[in-house]
Design a protein around this ligand. Structure first.
Ligand SMILES: Cc1ncc(COP(=O)(O)O)c(C=O)c1O
Length: 396
């Protein structure tokens, strides 16, 4: 706390995933052989056909400010993608391109929330949701879920969380950190509840859309009957195309919301990086099958992690259907002493694994679920095997 700084920043928590990455880096710099299973980014290179498009854009002298909401031909590529992959029809005025889906989310909160507006967050949720909401004077309303429902919120839970102050529901499917995927039927059931109430809007964060191992594939909330006009679909290229550092995200939204996001972004950052935008046109115009090799590899790793975890005492897991995380309940260890260290909670356990096994994970606390631990399998199969062997050794 620094009294010279604003309450806004003093009250904000530091991103737990970034904090864990910084700690792991510090230990690595001290010469420790840390295996990182904490990061939320693919360990693949950006595909060459996308890199080539960026290089071409540089040669073509794309060096000026782009329109605030993105190049017209990028918005066309996004519209085509929404139609092709999600059966959603948008017009250019409904699309806003931003500096990562994170900025898309920050824009939405800034234009939609007033003091005291409540935002329902099924737990576990992506770390930044809660702080983005609070930063914009909103009130996060956490709805706890457990392995028993595959970490998915039930319609009854949603109904019980709604109050006269409810403004929005924010969720990700596939979910970071649980890997849960809502089926069409499950989304329909949630939509039935929402439709009973006027003016509750949904942020459907679909950034892991393509990393989906179900046979039914991805379903968007905006596809569900009656939901299009109250859903903001958030997506981006970070995860499916291994482009985290390129920083491009986008929304498809009712036009009045998209216009407001455009206005907000115009005063904060202007248009996203122009070279990255050009490259994303190429990425989105390709069929998703072009990057299927990454999804296939992630699926193999998921199975490997589940298999290895099933042989470690005290790790209770569900079967995640998407994204690249496993979210085991490790509360079995709370109150136990391992190698002289008492484990009180998931923070202690994650730190213990870092210090004793030299494996970086993230405590579930940061995701609104203090009984769990997030293990990212965006690492090679050899690293995963070694990491889980080390974990097994230090908890035995
Ligand atoms: C669920 C979810 N939404 C949004 C983001 C932000 O993505 P971007 O890299 O496009 O800002 C992430 C990144 O980890 C995420 O996991």
């Amino acid at each position: 706390m620094n009294p010279l700084l604003s309450d806004r920043i003093n009250n904000m928590s530091t991103s737990a995933t970034l904090a864990m990455a910084a700690k792991a880096r510090e230990l690595r710099n001290q010469g420790k052989d840390i295996i990182g299973l904490s990061l939320g980014e693919p360990d693949f290179n950006t595909p060459d056909f996308i890199k080539d498009a960026a290089i071409q854009a540089i040669h073509d002298n794309y060096n000026s400010y782009s329109p605030v909401d993105g190049y017209a031909d990028l918005k066309e590529a996004i519209i085509t993608k929404f139609k092709r992959d999600n059966r959603l029809t948008y017009t250019p005025n409904q699309i806003v391109v931003s500096t990562g889906a994170k900025q898309s989310l920050a824009n939405i909160a800034a234009v939609m929330l007033n003091q005291g507006d409540e935002v329902i967050l099924p737990c576990p949720y992506w770390v930044s949701y809660s702080d983005i909401v609070k930063l914009n004077d909103g009130v996060p309303v956490e709805v706890p879920t457990t392995i028993a429902t595959n970490f998915k919120m039930t319609p009854q839970q949603l109904e019980a969380a709604i109050t006269p102050k409810t403004k929005m529901l924010w969720f990700s499917s596939p979910c970071n950190p649980s890997g849960s995927v809502y089926s069409k039927e499950e989304l329909q059931a949630l939509a039935e509840v929402l439709k009973k109430h006027d003016n509750i809007f949904v942020v459907s964060d679909e950034i892991y859309e393509h990393i989906n191992y179900t046979t039914d594939g991805h379903c968007s909330m905006a596809e569900i009957d009656g939901m299009y006009d109250r859903t903001i679909t958030v997506n981006g290229v970070s995860k499916a195309f291994a482009m985290t550092g390129w920083r491009i995200g986008y929304i498809g939204a009712p036009e009045w919301i998209a216009r407001a996001c455009n206005k907000m972004q115009g005063q904060i950052t202007s248009g996203a990086n122009c070279i990255a935008q050009r490259a994303v046109i190429t990425a989105l115009n390709e069929a998703p099958s072009r990057v299927q090799y990454m999804i296939d590899e992630f699926k193999e790793r998921r199975n490997l992690v589940l298999d290895l975890l099933s042989n470690i005492e005290g790790f209770k897991t569900n079967v995640p259907d998407g994204a690249f995380y496993v979210f085991p309940n490790i509360s079995y260890y709370f109150g136990k002493t391992l190698r002289g260290k008492t484990i009180k909670n998931a923070d202690d356990f994650s730190l213990y694994l870092l210090e004793e096994a030299l494996v970086a994970t993230v405590s579930g606390d940061a995701f609104g679920n203090p009984d769990c631990l997030r293990i990212s399998y965006a690492a090679s199969q050899d690293e995963i095997k070694e990491a889980l062997k080390r974990i097994k050794d230090v908890v035995s």
